[in-house]
Design a protein around this ligand. Sequence first.
Ligand code: NAG
Ligand code: NAG
Length: 487
Amino acid sequence: MFPKLILTALSFLAVVSAQQVGTSTAEVHPKMSWKKCTKAGGCTVQSNASITLDANWRWVHGVGGYNNCYTGQTWDKTLCPDGKTCAANCALEGADYAGNYGITTSGDSLTLKFVQPNSNGKNVGSRVYLMNSDTQYEMFKLLNQEFTFDVDVSNLPCGLNGALYFSEMDADGGAAKYPTNKAGAKYGTGYCDSQCPRDIKYIAGEANSNGWTPSTGDPNSGKGTYGACCNEMDIWEANSVSTAYTPHPCSVTGLSRCTGASCGTSDRYATVCDPDGCDFNSYRLGDTGFYGKGLKVDTSKKFTVVTQFITNTNTATGTLTEIRRLYVQNGVVIQNSKVNIPGITAGDSITGAFCDAQKSVFGDKTQFQAKGGLAAMGKAGGNGMVLVMSIWDDYDANMLWLDSSYPTTANPSTPGVKRGTCATTSGKPSDVESASPNSSVTFSNIRFGEIGSTYGADTGSTSTPPSSTSTAGNPTATQVKYGQWYV
Ligand SMILES: *[C@@H]1O[C@H](CO)[C@@H](O)[C@H](O)[C@H]1NC(C)=O
Ligand SMILES: *[C@@H]1O[C@H](CO)[C@@H](O)[C@H](O)[C@H]1NC(C)=O
């Protein structure tokens, strides 16, 4: 719900990015399989899938040479006198995933390490995309479908965020639309999200070097004149203390490049997107015993997260009306926490009525309905979105919007202020980077398909539920609809 893109890139001497392709290191995408599921046919392994690292993290240097185009917080003035020339002059390099970035895969599992020491210093955080070929991102069409994965957040303390979400990026990273982008999806270009981030080094085939201002906090980041806006569906923003899922609709389709005030520079609500979104955070919504170490969803161990995109017609051509959440742990399905805030009657999922009630009762400013609400989010979900997985710390707000009281000046007993048990002094990037560099998140066993097809005893994803929790018998229509047939 708050800026996630305050790019915590490398502390490399050689941190850079560009739109040509370098020849120094071959780009070899780490394999990561996932499963497509149907109720009738079960799940089929997609074994040829892989991930790619976002372009912002890559070394970018002059074509045919090794001079950095970007170092620390600044662009080289000779190679990059303007954005167009910079895109022509600079090349993006292949990545040493494990060694330089602490990114490893095994079978259907991906681990992102927070701080990775390397020969150039260290790398902080990372962002990767799921691919279905060497040059194309996998596109997920979410309507009337269910997206499921296992996650281990046990090693993610206050201030960190292991995120899994969808952005409405181009499948080829924008290579066809912007022919000066020679790197394409293979090199992780084309990122955008609902914060209209301006720390993106290349947008729409040009470098963002014009007007680039160094970050005051992050030694490896800055902001350019342009921002990259697009629809964003946050399935999972979490650490071991708190979690939220949040649709962020925009009034545009696909990547929309903003400039100046339309990037929200003076008023964060003045963009084409909803930067806050409509969040469902169990703790914030009144169930403080639901999610955390030793709690109902026990974050000291791996568990399964199920997200269902329900339409008004229960078809993929309908309008998105509800986003439901379930958890599975130790073979037991755990229904989402119920909202327990006076004045919010809506139950345990994201609907338009829930969003209106939450914004009103919490007194939050909102652009959710103004930017199209669930219907707009669903339109993007129907078009197809790219799967993003990242680990990051927060140079803007210390992640307090997720796991502590926020704003910190508000009374924590006011409904909506407290979002988790982390101290308001926690989450400073300098603190977490030095105290918890070995933090990591592991995402695994991604499954996608018809509602009710991706979790349960028959997917091989979880063990059979213990018979003591099973009430055998014919499922009700509602149970079938939501895939709750065996609880
Ligand atoms: C697997 O991916 C590689 C790299 O993109 C591609 O060359 C190959 O044809 C793919 N194989 C199959 C069976 O799809
Ligand atoms: C992180 O891991 C490295 C390598 O195992 C170890 O040397 C270092 O002490 C760890 N750092 C912290 C703060 O735990």
